[in-house]
Design a protein around this ligand. Structure first.
Ligand SMILES: Nc1nc2c(ncn2[C@@H]2O[C@H](COP(=O)(O)OP(=O)(O)O)[C@@H](O)[C@H]2O)c(=O)[nH]1
Ligand SMILES: [Mg+2]
Length: 344
């Protein structure tokens, strides 16, 4: 995953929910282990930091002799394929041993999980259904969101966090339909992480009892590894991407509760084999629900909206059950205390 590209959100900036600009970006330092990743990844690569400073690292492998473990980094070879995904890290980076990659990953993900837990607690407290939308670039996430938000207007509260490497185009598209949106620019980063989302949550009017859509950076690989504190993941794949993509990029499909096959209107023009695509999604994730949708001509839009309403209802019900259980525990504790006092 991201130990390969070293991306850990350096240079990320976060915009205001209503697009107000204070004349500068809000840059945040992200303390989740990238110091390690930077010290060892891309020898000589230039890094831009949150404070705008830029510097390059030009470490030779000699400086970190413990990182070189040729037996670890050799790919498995079979029938014309060099497979770099078989070691403990299931990835490869020049000059890094598998053990070091696992250590870096574990550090980054443990810190991320801490922030994700904080986000989750906040979203639980506000009764929010938070959906992490994942896809390759251009699968139609923002277009579907715009159509969805228009349809939901006045029915349930919503807000959006947008993730892209650069520009606030997508947040502007969301704000144009009257829904608050915060844009996160990840700079060289290829995914959102829970720390960035935590900052974005501070800038949003939280849609109490409603839905928070988090549009992740368009990328079928890295975003899969990062828990943002979401309630559920939705993976989108357009009919034009090829029916074998779930097999080629399984991670992004495996964690999804729902897979949306987008741009269904284009299926006849791109020779899409919908049955094969659905079969391949089911092979990597048999539990995922699959819906075909189009933002043109409204194919499947009603079923998608019904899924959203259902999911929001089940989310609120689950939170209510948890709150009742907690209330029972508190009452039992109070009863126990009262009984003890009566005895003493
Ligand atoms: N024909 C068709 N085009 C779509 C559909 N959804 C999105 N697009 C187009 O696909 C391109 C990428 O869409 P966008 O929403 O920006 O994708 P994102 O990168 O996943 O947010 C744009 O040119 C959209 O107009 C759809 O359902 N049908
Ligand atoms: Mg988009």
């Amino acid at each position: 995953m991201c130990t390969v590209c070293g991306c850990a959100g350096d240079g990320a900036t976060i915009s205001e929910a209503h697009g107000h600009d204070h004349g500068h970006d809000h840059a945040h330092h992200h303390d989740h282990g990238h110091a390690h990743a930077h010290a060892h990844d891309h020898g000589g690569a230039v890094h831009t930091h949150a404070d705008g400073t830029t510097h390059s690292h030009a470490h030779s492998q000699d400086a970190h002799p413990q990182d070189t473990a040729p037996q670890d980094t050799a790919p498995q070879e079979r029938a014309g394929t060099l497979d770099y995904g078989q070691g403990p890290a299931r990835a490869h980076a020049p000059g890094l041993s598998q053990a070091r990659m696992v250590e870096i990953e574990t550090n980054i993900l443990a810190k991320n999980d801490g922030y994700a837990g904080t986000n989750r607690a906040r979203l639980d407290a506000a009764g929010i259904l938070a959906l992490n939308l994942l896809s390759g670039p251009g699968a139609g996430k923002t277009t579907l969101l715009v159509e969805t938000l228009k349809a939901l207007a006045g029915r349930l509260p919503a807000a959006v966090i947008e993730g892209d490497q650069q520009t606030d185009n997508d947040a502007a598209r969301i704000r144009a339909v009257g829904v608050p949106a915060v844009q996160i620019n990840t700079g060289k980063g290829c995914h959102l992480d829970a720390h960035m989302v935590g900052h974005a949550l501070e800038k949003l009017p939280l849609p109490q009892g409603g839905v928070l859509f988090i549009e992740n950076v368009g990328n079928l690989v890295c975003p899969a590894a990062f828990d943002l504190g979401e309630t559920a993941r939705i993976t989108l794949i357009s009919v034009a991407e090829g029916d074998d993509k779930p097999l080629k990029y399984p991670d992004i499909f495996q964690g999804a509760e729902l897979v949306l096959i987008t741009k269904a209107d284009l299926a006849p023009y791109v020779d899409a084999d919908m049955a094969a695509l659905e079969r391949n999604i089911a092979r990597v994730n048999p539990k995922a629900e699959i819906l075909r949708v189009s933002a043109r001509g409204e194919v499947g839009l009603a079923r998608w909206l019904a899924w959203l309403e259902r999911r929001r209802a089940s989310r609120l019900e689950a939170l209510a059950i948890a709150a009742e259980a907690k209330a029972r525990t508190l009452r039992a504790a109070a009863g126990l205390l009262a009984a003890r006092e009566a005895h003493s």
